[in-house]
Design a binder for this molecule. Structure first.
Ligand code: ZN
Length: 282
């Protein structure tokens, strides 16, 4: 089955997927930041048509950073212009005989990881750590799944989340949130100074790991234990042993123990494969 996988946010990445792998090069573009959403959608349609030319396409999967319901991007806190876009309808009109699936980009990453590691039959979960915090699951389930906005603290001063909510995971882990918290340091410098023993930075690095452990523990208490992949540009800050210690403090019931973490890089190719594989199953 030949499908097209797309990741569409501030950047657009498109590839043809067949048998759980890419065939040929992927195509990257960066729509102008001030491009109106209708023109963004039109550019996407044109690029998909160009990448898909030269063979039959059975399905198109598009991963986007936000809440998606029935093809409509209902919310996209970190890429505001996409909010309200009915991308499913736009692409169905352009490609009437092709199955279209619009999904959360973290779900695309999760399925891409599973497809490229021969884990499609297993349940895996993924945290994507970047500007925002994504949560993906393979196999994908319909629903909201905005676990990046899990409540991990009741401190009313914790209000750095991109969505404006108080006490959210992304308000502690998100790249933009870290820059707002430390006006004088970049995230790289915070974690460097934490390693060097600076007390303020070390305390924050501990809070950062504790918050990620807390959101993971909430997922375990709702859906059971299992494997959690950590990826995205800021997964480089993860100290896995520290995260495991905090998680063990938070999950005590014996049937819920046995989860583990793995930090892995997920280049664009992985998410594109995941979007295409998801669309094939839609
Ligand atoms: Zn939030």
């Amino acid at each position: 089955m030949r499908t097209i996988g797309v990741i569409a946010g501030e950047r657009v990445v498109i590839g043809v997927v067949e048998g759980n792998r890419l065939t040929g090069e992927i195509r990257r573009s960066q729509p102008a930041p001030d491009l109106p959403v209708e023109e963004y959608s039109e550019q996407l349609r044109r690029e998909i048509a160009e990448v898909g030319a030269g063979g039959d396409i059975e399905a198109i999967g598009v991963g986007v950073p936000g809440i998606v319901r029935e093809g409509i991007i209902e919310e996209a806190p970190n890429v505001h212009r996409l909010k309200g876009l009915n991308l499913g309808a736009a692409l169905s009109a352009a490609f009437p005989s092709i199955t279209i699936l619009i999904l959360n980009d973290a779900d695309a990453v999760a399925v891409g990881i599973a497809a490229t590691r021969n884990e499609l039959g297993k349940i895996i979960r993924v945290w994507t750590l970047g500007t925002g915090i994504g949560f993906g699951r393979s196999p994908r389930l319909d629903g909201v799944w905005e676990a990046g906005h899990s409540i991990v603290t009741l401190d009313p001063k914790e209000r750095f989340c991109g969505c404006g909510g108080v006490g959210h995971l992304e308000g502690i882990l998100g790249h933009r949130a870290m820059r707002r918290r430390f006006m004088d340091l970049e995230p790289d410098e915070i974690f460097e100074q934490a390693k060097a023993g600076d007390e303020r930075c070390r305390n924050f690095a501990n809070l950062w790991h504790r918050a990620l452990a807390a959101a993971t523990a909430s997922s375990i208490h709702l859906s059971g234990p299992g494997k959690f992949y950590l990826t995205g540009p800021n997964a480089k800050f993860v100290e896995t042993p520290l995260l495991e210690v905090f998680l063990q403090e938070m999950v005590k019931m014996s049937p819920l123990q046995g989860s583990y973490f793995e930090v892995i890089p997920t280049p664009d190719e992985i998410a594109v494969i995941g979007a295409g594989v998801n669309a094939a199953g839609a």
